[in-house]
Design a protein around this ligand. Structure first.
Ligand code: DAH
Length: 334
């Protein structure tokens, strides 16, 4: 009897020890056959059981059965652990899968264009400033010589901001021109600045109109600034952005804060001219509004749409492409 007991004990410890060292499913299957198979060691023991002559057969039977159950459990555990570790290794190291693309962000074409324009003006001696997107009616219109009954206000269809304090009317700036006033109020001449920024208009969108877009405002104020200074500066800018050979032309236009006013177009090919910006000599009333004497000081101002410049430069024909989050479109500017 004791012989049988110790046989089972040795069988158990050998089985467990050897199972622990196994690595592959094939090895484990061989182990199962060796210990738990139909002709395995435990089966052989049960077969010889009937020949055993002993009163404590019951106890021996229980021990052998328990051993069978426990070896089966060891076996299942081993299989599970091998399978789950195999799964992990496969998940990490399946070299047959295509690689995950590493998508990195890039600077939006509008901002790329904005930086390029700012760099061009900065190389011509301009400083760069930024201003608020929420403006007061006074700065957006009144101080720019656009009184509330002026028909030109129609051009700047406005998105008003609800203002519970009702101290002043607030709006999302429809152009960057209010920064002309803020700059002149804060800094004495000589002034030579450009102000890039986002603008908003309450209008229907189409291929050339968005309800939000970006502008760059320019302002030069000093003694003895004349229209020729303005033309040469803006010509030089057009050459920096569109190339040495670029032709540009000025034609009369009207903006209430300049006198005379002009629009500047560039020649993109053959007979095709595209309007690039509005410009003009700062209106004497605007100078007076910021307490500068128009007899002493003069200046010029200009404003251009950044998306517009990018459209001309890159041959884009729908402004809405910029803000539709279309990856195909944006990827071209990586
Ligand atoms: N603010 C004008 C607009 O949004 C553009 C403009 C025209 C700006 C003439 C200027 C200027 O500074 O002189 O249409």
């Amino acid at each position: 009897m004791d012989n049988h007991k110790s046989y089972l004990k040795t069988l158990e410890s050998n089985a467990i020890k050897s199972l622990e060292t196994l690595q592959t499913l094939e090895e484990i299957e061989n182990w199962r056959i060796e210990y738990l198979g139909r002709k395995g060691k435990l089966s052989q023991f049960f077969q010889s059981f009937k020949d055993i002559k002993n009163e404590n057969k019951n106890e021996l039977g229980t021990i052998a059965n328990d051993l069978k159950i426990s070896l089966e459990q060891y076996y299942k555990k081993k299989i599970n652990s091998i399978q789950s570790s195999k799964l992990k290794i496969n998940e990490i190291f399946d070299y047959s899968l295509p690689g995950k693309p590493n998508i990195s962000g890039s600077i939006h074409p509008t901002i790329q264009m904005m930086n390029e324009i700012c760099n061009a003006f900065s190389s011509l001696g301009f400083n760069i400033y930024e201003g608020p997107e929420i403006e007061s009616e006074e700065y957006a219109f009144d101080k720019l010589n656009i009184p509330s009954n002026h028909p030109a206000r129609d051009i700047w269809d406005t998105i008003w901001v609800e203002n519970t304090q009702e101290l002043e009317s607030l709006l999302l700036r429809p152009h960057t021109s209010p920064m002309q006033i803020r700059i002149m109020e804060k800094y004495p001449p000589p002034i030579r600045v450009v102000v890039p920024g986002k603008c908003y208009r309450y209008e229907a969108t189409d291929n050339t109109h968005e309800w939000h877009f970006h502008q760059i405002e320019g302002l030069v104020v000093d003694t003895n600034i004349n229209f020729a200074n303005m033309k040469s500066t803006l010509f030089e800018f057009a050459r920096l952005i569109f190339g040495e050979q670029t032709k540009a032309r000025f034609r009369c236009d009207f903006f209430p804060f300049v006198e005379p006013g002009a629009e500047m177009s560039v020649n993109i090919k053959d007979d095709e001219w595209l309007e690039l910006m509005g410009a003009g000599m700062v209106h004497p009333k605007v100078l007076q509004n910021v307490n500068l004497d128009p007899e002493i000081y003069s200046g010029f101002a200009f404003g251009l749409g950044i998306e517009r410049v990018a459209m001309i430069r890159f041959g884009i024909n729908n402004i809405r492409d910029f803000y539709s989050n279309d990856f195909q479109f944006l990827r071209q500017f990586n």
